[in-house]
Design a binder for this molecule. Sequence first.
Ligand SMILES: C[S@@+](CC[C@H](N)C(=O)[O-])C[C@H]1O[C@@H](n2cnc3c(N)ncnc32)[C@H](O)[C@@H]1O
Length: 329
Amino acid sequence: MFETKTLKAGSASISQEDQFASAVHKGLSLDNKCLPSWLIFDSAGSVIFKAITELAEYLPAACEFEIIRNHKNKIAKLISGDKFNLIELGSGDGCKTRILIEHLLNENFGFHYFPIDISSGAVTNLVRSLEAEQQDTHLQVTGLIGDYFDGLNTITQEGSKQNLVLFLGVTLNNMDRDTARSFLKNLCETLGPKDYLLIGFDLMKNPKLLYSAYNNQLFEKFNLHLLDRINQMLGANFNKNNFVQQGQYNPNTRAVESYLYSTCNQTVHIKSLDEDYHFKAWETMQTEQSFKFTLEEIESLATESGFQIEEHLFDSQKYFVNSIWRVAP
Ligand SMILES: C[S@@+](CC[C@H](N)C(=O)[O-])C[C@H]1O[C@@H](n2cnc3c(N)ncnc32)[C@H](O)[C@@H]1O
């Protein structure tokens, strides 16, 4: 079975369109304009992100491929029965997970894969390509288009199977510390004692390596895509030619911060918000942040959010870690 479902936003939450509009207004009204990076991800944003992950200077994806390839046996040993759910939060194109899926199929595990992502194009393409490759196997796939927790709650309410939850890439790195902590606390409350979380963290490394990963044509295109999205979703008149992007590691916040700089004095009108937003020449608008972690910080984060660490899986250069967590007893 290969299917895709669009999730309804939970009863307490507002629609994705309203969340988008409210995040844009809030971010553009700040003295230091700042927009969250999840706004960039629609189908086209996912395609650009995928191209970034294939650049030689973008290290996290290559490191994570290496980790999953080298440790797929160890990851499979976390499964205690013959039936379980493989749940992936923010799956994107799921390319690293495919290595694990193939391994688990070869080892004859019966499992149901649930990729969850707000990007409908990413989920639809992933389910379609798995269907083309794995239709003769016993793999079951349900792609869920929507928010992490709307997806997770739907799956975990349905049964008592063991869950192996994947949260790969730099998705957690993009959250500030408070958001990361409350996200992980919520996740911990959703999981049971036999479930596992495999979570990726980009580790602190030479800032020169970080600079080249976040300063190239594709990364600029990815950040400028945010302006296209605001134009499309909210009827704005951003002109991408009036902005340039630059990313830099900030040792005070311990994050690579990516900014769009306005190259001139300009006013942008957003029709659906009925608002004008002014940009002075060379004023910045932060569009991305990627916090870099030490192992001590990862250990504190796990403890503070109710998890215990079972093991760290590293790449050969120790640039990245996929950490295996369980709900602490
Ligand atoms: C940094 S990308 C990582 C993609 C993939 N896991 C990888 O390792 O290449 C973050 C992904 O999370 C998705 N995402 C962001 N916020 C989300 C949310 N609230 N709910 C579900 N998916 C979300 C984005 O659409 C994007 O595909």
